[in-house]
Design a binder for this molecule. Structure first.
Ligand code: HEM
Length: 153
């Protein structure tokens, strides 16, 4: 009887001293770095191949090496921001986009591409909302004017 009591006490103590299980990172819940890389690349392909008078205008005459570098930096950024074991060594988003004259209309279209990509990869609703919130949090550093046109006047 005493033995059972001791065992029960040991069990109870072991529960108390266990650290609370932290929730897995968004990176892990999204399927890891490779899954994130695939989603980001698909999203960027939509941006790059958009109409030349819409978002495609930014990639009209870009060298392929520069585009590959930018793609890798964006993958790194998202992996790092979602808690993958990845160091982002690119510029802050503000200076990186300053002067591109990105408008709220550009942002809206970007978001439509983002949502379409998340649907394509069947990202569950709760995770989808977390990704959208993460990207939305960067808006202030990227959008330079509120207008219904592509680009700022
Ligand atoms: C609104 C639509 C956006 C457009 C049209 C756009 C366009 C671009 C372009 C053309 C570059 C290359 C800049 C250069 O080589 O100097 C770039 C770089 C980058 N963008 Fe965006 N971007 C947009 C939104 C975003 C968002 C929402 C994020 C992050 C969530 C992001 C993250 C980055 C990063 C990490 C870089 C690389 C910075 C560096 O070169 O150090 N962009 N973007």
């Amino acid at each position: 009887m005493l033995r059972c009591f001791r065992l029960a006490m040991l069990f109870a103590i072991s529960i108390v001293v266990q650290p609370a299980a932290a929730q897995d990172s968004l990176c892990k819940r999204l399927g890891g770095g490779d899954a994130i890389s695939a989603v980001v690349k698909s999203f960027l392909m939509k941006m790059r191949t958009d109409d030349p008078d819409k978002l495609g205008r930014f990639w009209l005459y870009r060298g392929s090496d520069g585009v590959a570098r930018e793609e890798q930096l964006i993958v790194d950024f998202v992996q790092s921001a979602t808690g993958c074991d990845r160091l982002y060594v690119g510029r802050d988003l503000g200076p990186a986009h300053k002067g591109m004259r990105l408008s709220s209309r550009d942002w809206e279209r970007t978001f439509n591409f983002l949502k379409a990509t998340l649907e394509e990869y069947k990202v569950p609703a709760a995770l989808n909302a977390e990704v959208v919130a993460l990207v939305e949090s960067t808006r202030g550093q990227i959008v330079e004017c509120e207008t219904s046109q592509f680009g700022c006047p």
